[in-house]
Design a protein around this ligand. Structure first.
Ligand code: NAP
Length: 346
């Protein structure tokens, strides 16, 4: 299938960027990936799309690189997925988070406004914006109450999107996405740590090759260290969420949409499901480490995505259990592969 549209994706090497690029290529879009040179020179989530996408080097922190790329490609649709995307790490990287996640979005809106004002923009807003939640479940009308620098930056980008919609008539749709996971998720996110930990322990690996944000093996001396096991989230499968982003840009007018599964689970339940998948008792391996407890906790976040269901016709397809199984299988395959390679080399 081919169409004449050009899509421009910031953060294409990230989890969501890669699923979205695949989704748009299948629909005949010309896909441009905007990102830092450093993220393309190593294997990344879109390495398998080499030759199918075009790459524009640049940084959301650098308005000239952004404007030059918009000028060059004059896209029909821009998906702004680039961000310092880890809420937990945003305390350590609070200024970088503000620069990329808040002001980066603002720079992008301005580049589009000045160069290609009829271009439609998707802004990656986040359920983290609900923070210390004021009501449960959360809808598009639930007030924001951010509790970390990442969430505050996302609220800024979301508010400027609304202001630019009203002031300049820009088409900026905001997807308020709840947590979504996959084998392409960054390794410091909780679902990856837990599924990776379960896979390592299943294979008898007591000190894992992958490291956590404290610079220690994710599995150390046969134990997996986590933060608050009672934190609650709404976890969906990232492969299902790209379609929702695209659908938002096919509407008659720009709007906000909450996207999530509507099912809430604790990290304890996540551990239980993952370790059940590999036939182990999670209580024997998981330990709580205060270093991984956030200074202030978000939640409980759970989506009321009825507007998306009614207006976009979107609903999640993959169950929580299937998503965890997919992630564990991916880790098992990679760990087995590197073990085989290691034994062949030795
Ligand atoms: P991700 O895997 O962390 O990807 C983030 C991408 O942004 C990476 O490609 C990263 O490239 C790029 N990036 C970071 N800073 C940049 C900068 N200054 N200039 C250009 N590129 C930069 O995130 P994701 O899970 O795909 O999420 C996509 C978006 O949705 C993010 O904005 C995230 O905050 C938001 N979101 C995600 C979730 C979720 O559960 N996944 C939920 C709600 C909202 P490098 O390799 O250069 O770092």
């Amino acid at each position: 299938m081919s169409n004449s549209k050009t899509a421009f994706i910031t953060g294409i090497t990230g989890q969501d960027g890669s699923y979205l690029a695949e989704f748009l290529l299948e629909r005949g879009y010309k896909v441009i990936g905007f990102g830092r040179k450093s993220s393309f020179v190593k294997p990344n989530n879109v390495s398998h799309l080499a030759g199918k996408i075009e790459v524009a080097y640049g940084d959301l922190i650098d308005s000239v690189s952004l404007a030059s790329a918009i000028q060059r490609y004059k896209p029909n649709e821009v998906y702004n997925l680039a961000s310092q995307s880890h809420p937990g790490e945003s305390w350590n990287l609070s200024l970088e988070t503000g620069e990329a996640t808040a002001l980066g979005a603002h720079r992008l809106y301005d580049a589009v406004r000045m160069i290609k004002p009829d271009c439609r923009i998707y802004q990656a807003s986040s359920s983290e914006m609900f923070g210390d939640v004021i009501e449960t479940p959360q809808t598009e009308n639930t007030p924001f109450n951010p509790v970390n620098p990442y969430a505050a930056a996302k609220v800024y980008a979301h508010n400027i999107a609304h202001i630019y919609r009203k002031s300049y008539g820009l088409f900026i749709a905001c997807g308020i996405l709840f947590n979504h996971e996959s084998p392409r998720r960054g390794m410091h996110f909780i679902t990856q740590k837990v599924t990776y930990g379960a896979a390592c322990l299943k294979l008898g690996i007591k000190n894992s090759p992958a490291y956590n944000e404290e610079g220690e093996p994710i599995v150390k001396d046969g134990k997996l260290s986590l933060g608050n096991l009672d934190a609650k989230r709404d976890w969906g499968y990232a492969g299902d969420y790209a379609e929702a982003m695209w659908l938002m840009l096919q509407q008659d007018k720009p709007d906000d949409f909450v996207i999530g599964t509507g099912k809430i689970r604790t990290i304890r339940e996540l551990c239980q499901t993952a370790f059940d998948c590999v036939g182990l008792e999670w209580e024997n391996y998981v330990v709580v480490d205060p270093r991984f407890v956030r200074p202030t906790e978000t939640g409980p976040t759970v989506a009321d995505a009825s507007k998306a269901r009614m207006v976009l016709g979107w609903k999640p397809r993959t169950t929580f259990y299937d998503m965890i199984s997919i992630m564990i299988d991916s880790h098992l395959t990679m760990l087995n592969h590197s073990q085989t390679k290691g034994s062949q080399l030795s």
